[in-house]
Design a protein around this ligand. Structure first.
Ligand SMILES: C[S@@+](CC[C@H](N)C(=O)[O-])C[C@H]1O[C@@H](n2cnc3c(N)ncnc32)[C@H](O)[C@@H]1O
Length: 280
């Protein structure tokens, strides 16, 4: 692997870190909306596309058919386990390269489009990452930066107060675990500015709404129960919530409890996926 990052990323990424399961759950869940975001790019046969920080490779698999025949789709990621998962999905016309995004081994002006979703704000210096990616684009090439949850998610349509307390607890958890302050955590919203500051032209933003009500698909249930209720919340939030709120949250997240959120007739979930596109 080329120049592994000396320090873990802002949110703890290293070559050895593995959250492949969570990535797979999210991509299975958000496939309809991410597919619409990909379609909005109007890719053409023969294009060369890089997925920078491709994770477990689902998006690479969806990008590839859009550029056939003759296109090349390459995925690159820091984490060995994520790439191992991506390899199991890769088709014959996709390539995977383990590398730090800031040292990815490609010649300047190699790509027509670089897709990078939920990655750039994991770097300690997002602008250095964007500048590096800009150099990999041919003149007139585009970067497409995806970011989920630009807008606050709606989990509990029936209780904004508990939702606010839960979100605050998640922020406190991140602040303590990774020593990132709230300003750094909300920097995800600055993707438009980030592209403009780094020389991209014709910057546009388009937010795709991920909206679910019951009945849910298996993919929706798996993501919400495992990735959100168990892993993002769960016992790790206990120190950050009052006993009463933690008890209520636990009951809402427990599939065996009568209060389980996904059995409520008023369950209504909203999350956003924003695609910011810029041209070099
Ligand atoms: C939140 S995940 C998103 C993965 C994928 N783009 C997706 O949407 O499913 C962030 C990914 O960025 C990778 N990553 C973090 N820092 C990186 C770096 N410096 N160079 C390359 N990849 C990095 C992580 O290993 C992880 O796979």
């Amino acid at each position: 692997m080329n120049n592994p990052a000396a320090l873990p990323g802002l949110l703890g990424d290293t070559a050895a870190r593995n959250y492949a399961h969570k990535l797979k759950l999210f991509n299975a869940f958000a496939k309809p909306e991410i597919s619409r975001a990909i379609a909005s790019l109007e890719l053409k046969p023969g294009m060369r596309v890089l997925d920078a920080g491709c994770g477990t490779g689902e998006v690479l698999r969806w990008l590839s058919p859009q550029i056939q025949p003759g296109g090349i789709a390459i995925g690159t990621d820091l984490a060995s386990a994520h790439l191992a998962a991506a390899r199991t999905l890769a088709s014959r016309d996709t390539w995977l390269v383990q590398a730090d995004l800031l040292a990815a081994p490609f010649a300047d002006a190699s790509f027509d489009l670089i897709w990078s979703s939920n990655v750039i704000h994991h770097l300690r210096e997002p602008s250095a990452g964007v500048v590096f990616l800009a150099n990999l684009l041919r003149p007139g090439g585009r970067v497409a930066m995806g970011q989920s949850s630009f807008l606050p998610d709606m989990y509990f349509a029936w209780d904004a107060r508990l939702e606010r307390a839960t979100n605050e607890a998640v922020r406190s958890y991140y602040r303590d675990r990774y020593q990132v302050n709230e300003k750094e955590l909300t920097a995800v919203r600055a993707t438009v500015g980030l592209l403009r500051q780094t020389g991209f032209r014709n910057v546009t933003a388009n937010t795709f709404m991920i909206e679910r009500v019951t009945p849910l698909s298996l993919e929706d249930e798996n993501y919400l129960v495992e990735a959100i209720f168990r892993d993002t919340w769960g016992p790790r939030l206990q120190p950050y919530l009052s006993g009463e709120d933690y008890g209520e949250l636990s009951r809402l997240c427990d599939p065996l409890h009568t209060d389980f959120a996904l059995r409520r007739p008023d369950f209504h979930f909203l999350q956003t996926f924003t695609l910011v596109i810029g041209e070099i």
